[in-house]
Ligand binder design. Structure first.
Ligand SMILES: NC(=O)c1ccc[n+]([C@@H]2O[C@H](COP(=O)([O-])OP(=O)(O)OC[C@H]3O[C@@H](n4cnc5c(N)ncnc54)[C@H](OP(=O)(O)O)[C@@H]3O)[C@@H](O)[C@H]2O)c1
Length: 350
């Protein structure tokens, strides 16, 4: 499957690649990349046929947006690229209206992003994270006004509970106004919780799933050794404090890595490619956000689309990383299905 195996982003007319370029590394100190490397990564992605680029007003304090805006402008690619950015995180300590999903902040944030990106519209404007307090109705009205004003083409939701995503999408459908076309959650072999609620809801509501940290911040690249991982040794983002304040070095994740290593050995492919191929094979996934600190990583990861995992390999990776069956999903088993339908195994329409 090549990068130019285009698909729509959710139930919309926006066309994107199966792999998007994430730019959280662009200009970020310690684990990010200097400007010239960012430019090489951007060029490698678009020269390979990539059209979907993702940033945020918070990455490198806005410098990621500045770099992306400059690279797009230099190559006059504004019409070709699907440019996505995000708002939520506070830009001005002490000012509660300089963060969150309220109308006042969204207008403030978007003006800043447009300036840094050197453009007058964003293709996909993401809510970066749930702010817990802003009503779904206000958010939807603000997004709709921005679509009608031509400042954004589409919008999506990142890091929100499934109930909130569903509320926003259903309100939009019921009122016949622009609704979200995609959801952007963390998703990888080490973080599968969205399979319980977000993925089924997204599929039912026509939202594309755009996973972030598909390699668990580099953990699934297999570059960390179990015996000294927690000592902060070695090279890579996870060698220092996690940007998200969590740890990937858990017993469960090391077990996942062992099975990933076995499957990668069978395929004679690098671990990160196999981890990405697993994400690409999951239901509901529209486009995976690639992260890279070096151009060689980006090139290697693009080759993940060449891999087709066998049913047995998918089963092995699924088994080691599978979610605990919690209420009410313990009834969604083949045994209970047969019991409900009088001894027959009945499949749904999807
Ligand atoms: N919405 C959100 O809340 C949110 C949160 C996080 C990210 N994102 C988006 O998702 C994108 C991807 O996230 P991510 O950067 O965390 O993705 P990731 O794929 O989990 O991690 C990428 C990191 O893994 C390492 N790596 C990647 N390919 C490699 C390879 N072939 N060999 C060895 N190491 C490799 C590199 O780090 P080192 O070289 O430092 O090891 C790279 O920076 C971001 O750029 C951003 O656009 C969104």
């Amino acid at each position: 499957m090549p990068l130019t195996n285009f698909r729509t982003l959710g139930r919309s007319g926006l066309i994107v690649n199966p792999l998007a370029l994430g730019t959280m590394t662009f200009g970020t100190p310690r684990w990010g990349s200097p400007d010239d490397v960012c430019e090489a990564i951007f060029n490698a992605y678009v020269d390979a046929g990539g059209n979907f680029v993702d940033t945020s007003d918070i990455y490198a304090g806005g410098h990621s947006e500045e770099l992306l805006g400059r690279f797009v402008a230099q190559r006059q690619l504004r019409d070709q690229v699907v440019l996505a950015t995000k708002f939520t995180w506070n830009a001005s300590r002490g000012n509660p209206n300089a963060g969150g999903s309220g109308r006042k902040n969204i207008y403030r944030a978007l003006e800043g992003s447009l300036r840094r990106l050197q453009t007058d519209y964003v293709d996909v404007y993401w809510l970066h994270a749930w702010d817990v307090v802003t009503p779904a109705e206000e958010l939807l009205q603000t997004f709709g006004d921005l679509v009608r004003a031509g400042k954004i083409r589409y919008f999506g939701l990142s890091d929100v509970p499934a109930w909130f995503m569903t509320q926003v999408a259903v309100l939009a459908q019921a009122h016949g106004v622009p609704g979200p076309i995609a959801v952007q959650p963390e998703y990888s072999l080490t973080e599968r919780s969205i399979e319980r609620e977000h993925v089924p809801a997204a599929r039912a509501l026509g939202l594309g799933v755009v996973p972030w940290s598909p390699l668990a911040g580099g953990f699934l690249a297999g570059k960390y050794a179990r015996q000294d991982a927690d000592k902060g040794s070695g090279e890579g983002r996870l060698s220092g404090p996690s940007p998200l304040g969590d740890t990937k070095f858990t017993d469960q994740n090391w077990r996942v890595l062992d099975v990933l290593r076995t499957v990668a050995g069978q395929l004679d492919r690098p671990l990160p490619q196999v981890a990405l191929a697993w994400v690409a094979a999951q239901p509901g996934v529209s486009s995976i956000l690639l992260g890279a600190s070096k151009v060689a990583q980006l090139r290697a990861n693009l080759a993940a689309l060449e891999i087709k995992l066998t049913a047995e390999q998918l089963r092995a990776l699924d088994q080691v990383s599978t979610l605990e069956l919690v209420h009410p999903y313990q009834i969604a088993t083949p045994e209970v299905n047969r019991s409900i339908f009088g001894g027959h195994a009945v499949r749904g329409w999807q």
